[in-house]
Write a protein that binds this ligand. Sequence first.
Ligand code: PLP
Ligand code: COI
Length: 368
Amino acid sequence: MDNLLAPTTHTFAVTQHPTPRTEDDLSTILESPGFGEVFTDHMVDLCWSERGGWHRPRVQPYGPIELDPAAAVLHYAQEIFEGLKAYRHADGSIWSFRPEANAARLQRSARRMALPELPTDLFVESLRQLIAVDGRWVPNAPETSLYLRPFMFAKEAFLGVRPAKKVAYYVIASPAGPYFKSGPAPVSIWLSTEYSRAGRGGTGAAKTGGNYASSLVAQQVAYDHGCAQVLFLDSVEGRWLEELGGMNVVLVKADGTLVTPDSDSILEGITRDSILRLAEDRGHRVERRRVSIDEWREGVASGEVTEVFACGTAAVVTPIALLKAEDFEVGSADAPAGELTLSLRQELTDIQYGRREDVHGWMTRLDS
Ligand code: PLP
Ligand code: COI
């Protein structure tokens, strides 16, 4: 692992975009950024080969990637990605939240998907390089940010099934407002009993495209039922909570205990870990263990479960008002957001936007 922390000797070659967005265009985009719709002027890319390791770090104009039709990723989905945000603080500086945790998760995902590990320093440097050219894309309106999307894929043109010997890593970025149209307002969730997201020994703990591809039909069923996200259960007993299509889930008990699923087939969310740490700091008990769907269902009915929320980089912390399933419902769509949910959301975003002291050392400055 030592070489993962070695200081980088890579120098990024920078090619400026010949016609970047005008300031006028940019201010219109940043007024209402949506999520993942518009991309900045530049992107970062690095190559990896079995012989040469990581090489050719570049910053170049954002644009289509040339790919051989036989590139392994297009056939066998050998791909991983990350998601984190750049936040503008009141003094204009630009920061990210726990980027080394995203780097470590990308390394774990790489190990599972037989891709090369990108050293932590190179990961953080790739973010800095993009911010150096596209920093003006980080919005400053409340609760907006620049969503950073690092990703890595097998680009070797070879149809035999084995780990690729040529790989590409990119970072693209997109200004972001709230992921849900309702913003931090409570959402309804659909419980999928028909589909699983991941299975034992599978890729559920890796942030790899296939997990999202396999969630799409279930997500569509959720939309058809008027729900914003789909909740998956374990694939063996169909009884234990896993996670939502793109976020983790946390239950709050009447005594203030926070309970969240412990499973080796879900993504270990950095937001969830941080929120639970903040709750522990406040003296709340936190339980990471198996949580059954009945515990949620019966708990809400008896008053034992008082709040439920979803959390993730895109969703931040989003209250869940209603859980709908084929043959039952828990909660009600017009239930107000839970108090603890909202105050933990506030504390987290206050740290991220530099409005509160960062006692955990979670923030990393990207623009200096
Ligand atoms: N679970 C899934 C499936 C996700 O896609 C995400 C988002 O990245 C999360 C959980 C939450 O992870 P994080 O808080 O690190 O964004
Ligand atoms: C994130 O929160 O970063 C995610 O990846 C969730 C979703 C947009 C896929």
